[in-house]
Design a protein around this ligand. Structure first.
Ligand code: CTP
Ligand code: MG
Length: 252
């Protein structure tokens, strides 16, 4: 399939519980400046001229609620579909991908939990796939030094080594893919799971990780500090501050 010049579709996995954020509604439906995280994330995608369709993988028991929510936040004119997500992020992405029309050649995958990604990042990822990459991830350099450890519950944990920080990147979304590549690696991962191969391999936490696992080539483009993932309560405090700063700037 030739991805050149094509309009992309985006899958938004939004079916997680948000356990690390603490008790409350599913994370994607939590409030950020009066608007649910998911609505921010979908708007960030629809703002990009590269994206023609957004498929949201909603909590399985919340599909109708998510449809109503998107409508009530002024997204009714956009091509947005909502499907039921799965028990894992990987399954939610696979279910979203299955709802994308066959003729779409480029697929972006964007976490609902990254509400403030700038449109420039979305555009850059889509452009890199259009330019010929099969898998593209936005990423930023690390501020902290990172150590590999032998995990011990409660610690102290022996340090194994310290990777050279200059070679490390913290990876964000949207990640962009040739559609055939993404569909193939998800199908292979599902086949491995059904065959019970899972065992020894470390869990894959992003879609590019699946491409790497099956020998594909992934490239990195610059991400953005505002594309951070809302994971813990402090992230929500930071997101509120970033949003307030944007709104203040827009008011001038
Ligand atoms: N996600 C999903 N389906 C799942 C699990 C996660 O669609 N079964 C989505 C989340 O909604 C989120 C993204 O994957 O947009 C990234 O996952 P994460 O930040 O881990 O979110 P949660 O799984 O909701 O949070 P936690 O792990 O703290 O419960
Ligand atoms: Mg999770």
């Amino acid at each position: 399939m030739n991805a050149t010049g094509a309009i992309a579709a985006a899958v938004v996995p939004a079916a997680g519980r948000g356990e690390r954020l603490g008790p409350g509604a599913p994370k994607a439906l939590r409030d950020l400046g009066g608007v649910p995280l998911l609505v921010h994330a979908v708007r960030a995608l629809t703002r990009s001229r590269a994206v023609g369709l957004v498929v949201v993988a909603a909590p399985a028991d919340g599909v109708a609620e998510v449809v109503a929510l998107l409508d009530s936040h002024g997204l009714e004119g956009k091509d947005i579909r909502v499907v039921a997500g799965g028990d894992t992020r990987q399954e939610s992405v696979r279910l979203g991908l299955a709802a994308i029309p066959a003729e779409v050649g480029i697929v972006l995958v964007h976490d609902a939990a990254r509400p403030l990604v700038p449109v420039e990042v979305v555009d850059a990822v889509a452009a890199a796939v259009r330019a010929g990459a099969e898998a593209v991830v936005p990423a930023v350099p690390l501020a902290d030094t990172v150590k590999r450890v032998e995990p011990v519950r409660g610690g102290p944990e022996p340090v194994l080594d310290t990777p050279d920080r200059a070679t490390l990147r913290a990876v964000q979304t949207p990640q962009g893919f040739r559609r055939d590549t993404l569909a193939e690696v998800h199908a292979k991962a599902l086949a491995e799971e059904s065959a019970g191969v899972e065992g020894g391999l470390p869990p894959v936490t992003d879609d590019a990780g699946l491409v790497e696992r099956f020998g594909g080539r992934v490239v990195v483009v610059p991400g953005h500090e505002e594309a951070f993932k809302v994971t813990r309560p402090l992230d929500l405090v930071l997101a509120e501050a970033v949003l307030a700063r944007r709104r203040a700037a827009d008011a001038y």
